[in-house]
Design a protein around this ligand. Sequence first.
Ligand SMILES: *[C@@H]1O[C@H](CO)[C@@H](O)[C@H](O)[C@H]1NC(C)=O
Ligand SMILES: *[C@@H]1O[C@H](CO)[C@@H](O)[C@H](O)[C@H]1NC(C)=O
Ligand SMILES: *[C@@H]1O[C@H](CO)[C@@H](O)[C@H](O)[C@H]1NC(C)=O
Ligand SMILES: *[C@@H]1O[C@H](CO)[C@@H](O)[C@H](O)[C@H]1NC(C)=O
Ligand SMILES: *[C@@H]1O[C@H](CO)[C@@H](O)[C@H](O)[C@H]1NC(C)=O
Ligand SMILES: *[C@@H]1O[C@H](CO)[C@@H](O)[C@H](O)[C@H]1NC(C)=O
Ligand SMILES: *[C@@H]1O[C@H](CO)[C@@H](O)[C@H](O)[C@H]1NC(C)=O
Length: 411
Amino acid sequence: MALLLSNKQLLFAGVALISFIGCLTPVFAVTFEVKNGNNTCIMAELSANISVKYTRADKEMNTVLVALPDSATVDNSSTCGNVTVAPLLVVRFGDGHSLSLNFSRNASDYQVDTLSVTLNMNDSAVFVNSSTKAPMTVSSSSTGIHASLNTTYRCMSATQVTLTNVNVTFSNMRVEAYLPAANFSKEATVCNADISTSTPAPKTTPVTTATTAPPAPTTAPTNPTAGTYNVTKSNETCLLAKMALQLNITYQNKTTVFNINPVTTVASGVCETNVSTLFLRDGSTNLTFVFMLNDTKKFYLSEIAVATSNGFIADNKNLTYLRGTLGRSYMCSAEQTLTVTSVFSINAFHLQVQPFGVSSGKFGTAEECQLDEDNMLIPIIVGAALAGLVLIVLIAYLIGRKRSHAGYQTI
Ligand SMILES: *[C@@H]1O[C@H](CO)[C@@H](O)[C@H](O)[C@H]1NC(C)=O
Ligand SMILES: *[C@@H]1O[C@H](CO)[C@@H](O)[C@H](O)[C@H]1NC(C)=O
Ligand SMILES: *[C@@H]1O[C@H](CO)[C@@H](O)[C@H](O)[C@H]1NC(C)=O
Ligand SMILES: *[C@@H]1O[C@H](CO)[C@@H](O)[C@H](O)[C@H]1NC(C)=O
Ligand SMILES: *[C@@H]1O[C@H](CO)[C@@H](O)[C@H](O)[C@H]1NC(C)=O
Ligand SMILES: *[C@@H]1O[C@H](CO)[C@@H](O)[C@H](O)[C@H]1NC(C)=O
Ligand SMILES: *[C@@H]1O[C@H](CO)[C@@H](O)[C@H](O)[C@H]1NC(C)=O
């Protein structure tokens, strides 16, 4: 087989392998903490892309995109505040740039009052040939970031805050101020972008005792039970999924394998023409599945993202799992491992999904996965082998009988 590969195919395989390895790099948000002595008052996990429009010396406008780097740190000007001063998180990054979040609260809620960005226009590596070298500070007081007190604000989806000449796009975000304990609260306030408009879910997720602490590490739990989840759009089911899911996460040198419990899982999602998204929330574990429909009417699972209560986040947007045809469903009864990153995989059992073209709330014709077909082959092969064996024994017996008859005759 290998000998038949042409140079072109080898090149393609090489490129595919390299891009596959590239996709394995997980997207981790950077964690920031503001303390007053030993008391943590603000915690934030931020992944942000900042796009900046500036004027060059030649009067042309230029736009650059700056991603918040892993090396970003909490600046000393951050504070837990007091009666007169509001809590403030200032994150420094790159050559003198910063991003700051100013919080406020009332009896029931807290919010990010102001988001400001300060850019060092003298950083010529980023702002090539800028007309001004003076620092630029812009801010916005409509951030949309608000949550109930004693809950973590959580937003997996990308959300944009618009400032003058600057757009900040957050994703995989967790923030909490006025912390009651030294870590994120277990309960979360999920942003609207993560909640389907068609399936209204409670904004605050109560934590179910069954899922707060994942089971003991390394020992795999029993097989998960299947749940049926759907997403609706104007009263019609647009995405149907039946699945039994087990997550396998390696984080902080520990591998944890735990099941998603369908009883405590809330499903929501969004259906668009060529993209369908399913969000599953089990306690403080959040899963996102993005399905795509391509020009040839084939659908596939293109992205899986996860966030758990202990701060683990993983995301891969370059998947091509669960491939099927529009109007039909993809089915796989056999166990299947969906590798998302080098540290996160999902063991899926009893899977049936139809992310597009669901009619009257029912699965269309099932397209079975290769694993199921292979499993079907085994009984067929065993059956055929047995039948063959019976035939051989029968023939042997008949020949034997004929021979012994012949023997009698010669005597
Ligand atoms: C902070 O914690 C450390 C170690 O737990 C302890 O030694 C220290 O006294 C604490 N400081 C305050 C101000 O509580
Ligand atoms: C607190 O503020 C939020 C919005 O910022 C508002 O919806 C809520 O009613 C306020 N609660 C109280 C008790 O004032
Ligand atoms: C938040 O938690 C703290 C400490 O557990 C408690 O004193 C406070 O009443 C809680 N606030 C709300 C609004 O639930
Ligand atoms: C959705 O269904 C409910 C009850 O079945 C009905 O009252 C409502 O008008 C429907 N809405 C739409 C947009 O079809
Ligand atoms: C979990 O993943 C690790 C590799 O990351 C693997 O060695 C282990 O067998 C997996 N466990 C289960 C139960 O899938
Ligand atoms: C994880 O393991 C690596 C190498 O085995 C070690 O250097 C590191 O300190 C460990 N980290 C934790 C958090 O235990
Ligand atoms: C559509 O998806 C199918 C299955 O993943 C793939 O074989 C086909 O090449 C894709 N076509 C286009 C135009 O992307």
